[in-house]
Ligand binder design. Sequence first.
Ligand SMILES: C[S@@+](CC[C@H](N)C(=O)[O-])C[C@H]1O[C@@H](n2cnc3c(N)ncnc32)[C@H](O)[C@@H]1O
Length: 356
Amino acid sequence: MNYIGSKYSLLSFLEEGITKNAGADCEVFCDVFAGTGVVGSHFKQKGFNIIANDIQYYAYCLNRALVGINRMPTFAGVLNDLKLAPTTLFHNAVDIVLDHLNTLKGKPGFIYRNYCPEGTARSQFKRQYFSDENGMRCDAIRMQIEDWRLAGKLTEDEYFYLLASLIEATDRVANTASVYGAFLKQVKKSARKPLHLARHAIVEGDENHEIHNANGQQLVENLSCDVLYMDPPYNHRQYCANYHVLETIARYDAPNLRGVTGLRPNDDQKSDFCMKKRALPALEKMIKKTSARYVFLSYNSEGIMGKDEILQTMGQYGQVDLLTRDYQRFRADIDRENRIYKSDRVEEYLFCSKKG
Ligand SMILES: C[S@@+](CC[C@H](N)C(=O)[O-])C[C@H]1O[C@@H](n2cnc3c(N)ncnc32)[C@H](O)[C@@H]1O
């Protein structure tokens, strides 16, 4: 996913900085602003026990699948329902279930009625986040996943595996400039392709990993970990506003929508890290409250907290090293088209501290 602040391309930088600074005896790694889950899954592969958390439910679903699942699902209950013999080849089972969902007939549900041109044609606000066909496909698949769950045909792992696949698939065909703060007036090429569920990556393993959907600022004091990795929002763009459609697909809770973009209520998901006056005090509280011996913060040179004030704040709790890397800035398609940005490069920071 082209996610604001994704660390996908910075994993080797993070690994280098974290393994160099954290003691070899560290076992539990907490990714408290987990987003797409790429950091947690990377450190899961490196042998850590992972605690992943995000305030957004769609991010919880992605992490629940990518980090929380240890074995490829077998989908025994669903295969039974489809009158197919349970297969011992788990890869086949996943393909069979995804094929079934991919060939369902579309249904006019909440996504079609609120985010598609035909579905909103007679409403006050006309929206074009998805083609009509893809909106109905998304609804049909989402309803089927929920029906299977309610009928007890899916394990919890299987449920989140399918939800994560659906979140990624709908994001690939969204008619947006990467984020959901607005939809495009013209339907872009990728949004014309049919929504198609693909296999969701999982990292096989044996340990139990904890996944949470909470405000990290409060959660942190109740977690026991060796390493606390913090990758908070770095500017005023709230994730709840920029990914609200994915949140609604994940929850499928028919919220009251408002305005041109069909925003769901989100007051309880607004992050202090997107507010100039609140970000630094929030950071300090988290560092103070954590039981982790090692604290790492990803940030960049364009964030609302300044490098020196972060060094000063973290420095109160232990010695801090700062690693930097020149990096390609996050770019929504619309920024590229309108060239509203200043420069292409940004300096990525990794603050490394040992609490003492
Ligand atoms: C920079 S992104 C993290 C990106 C992630 N490291 C990745 O590579 O995908 C910041 C994340 O923090 C989450 N977030 C913001 N405020 C939060 C809070 N107070 N508690 C928990 N999560 C929060 C957002 O929903 C978003 O997913």
